[in-house]
Design a protein around this ligand. Structure first.
Ligand SMILES: NC(=O)c1ccc[n+]([C@@H]2O[C@H](COP(=O)([O-])OP(=O)(O)OC[C@H]3O[C@@H](n4cnc5c(N)ncnc54)[C@H](OP(=O)(O)O)[C@@H]3O)[C@@H](O)[C@H]2O)c1
Length: 287
């Protein structure tokens, strides 16, 4: 069995590699209030009590709902808790996801996050490139937006900058403007376009935070995954997370869940190690 570090730097802080993504705490379609607000609060409190010190959020989840629940559940925030948000989109009155990508919209979204989270400074803000409007990538300069974030960082509102849903060229452009502490792109066992990028970022000490680690709105499904899970007496979702942990040391997990039971399963992957033959079988899924 291989072993690997269980913490990685996110800017100037070392965080536990198994974190939490707060998107599932809003209502259906990430819109409006959750069905069970008490459960949402319980998930967050248990996550933090169980050692999660990196939470990914966003003010357009709800909108505002997720940040407000985070604030209610966790304030006063523990000293070691790192909160990371993203800016670049907004929701309309029907819940559609729309770009909000002008520099002024970016700045105003940073203030929305600070206000709803109850913070004067946030640990990190990702510029979420809207690309095709969804989860696809598209090239194009991000300089005006990233320069505005860099200015807000100089003003002390943001400690570190990141970029999300970005191409390698856009990440390089961002790095030429200001230091990049984290990259948050779509990546999981079955979606491995960023393989080379992850290794390049690891060499540069930059955290890579995969969104949809469990497949997101289309949960991962694979006979191989089921088989490996059965052999290891784990669930397929646990194996998918364990695979990410062993894939590269700079991968920080932010699986999303609205359920305390799933949260416990996800945190248990800290103790799950995949034998080499399981890794080889899982590696072949994307091939
Ligand atoms: N930058 C971006 O563009 C972007 C895009 C999407 C997401 N994100 C971030 O990435 C985080 C993770 O992504 P995600 O939440 O969309 O997708 P995900 O973590 O891949 O999957 C979440 C889904 O898996 C289910 N789930 C979680 N744990 C499970 C378990 N142990 N067993 C079975 N099902 C389980 C959840 O349902 P239950 O609630 O029932 O557990 C939910 O339906 C988000 O929370 C968000 O912070 C960022």
């Amino acid at each position: 069995m291989s072993d690997f570090p269980m913490t990685w730097q996110l800017g100037d802080r070392s965080v536990n590699r198994v974190g939490y993504g707060a998107m599932q705490l809003a209502g259906p379609g990430v819109f409006g209030p959750p069905k069970d607000r008490d459960q949402a609060i319980a998930v967050l409190r248990e996550a933090v009590a169980s050692g999660v010190n990196h939470i990914d959020t966003c003010d357009y989840y709800g909108p505002h709902v997720t940040n407000q629940i985070l604030r209610e559940a966790l304030q006063p925030y523990p000293d070691d808790l790192v909160l990371v948000t993203k800016v670049g989109a907004r929701r309309d009155e029907n819940g559609a996801w729309l770009p909000a990508f002008s520099p002024d919209e970016i700045e105003s979204a940073v203030h929305d996050n600070l206000r709803n989270l109850g913070l004067e400074t946030i640990h990190a803000v990702n510029l979420r490139v809207m690309g095709d409007g969804g989860h696809g990538l598209s090239e194009g300069t991000i300089a005006p937006q990233f320069e505005r974030l860099a200015r807000l960082r100089e003003q002390g509102l943001i400690r570190h900058l990141g970029i999300s849903n970005a191409t390698a060229t856009q990440i390089e452009e961002a790095r030429s403007i200001a230091p990049v502490a984290c990259v948050q792109n779509h990546y999981n066992l079955a979606h491995r376009d960023d393989d080379a990028l992850i290794d390049t970022l690891a060499e540069a000490g930059i955290a890579y935070v995969p969104f949809f680690p469990l497949g997101g709105f289309s949960p991962l499904q694979s006979g191989v995954l089921d088989q490996v899970a059965k052999q290891l007496n784990a669930t397929p979702m646990q194996v998918a997370l364990a695979w990410l942990l062993q894939r590269a040391p700079n991968i920080l997990l932010i699986p999303g869940t609205s359920s305390v039971a799933h949260l416990r399963e996800n945190l248990a992957v800290r103790d799950l190690r995949l034998p080499a033959d399981a890794v080889a079988a899982l590696d072949a899924i994307a091939g």
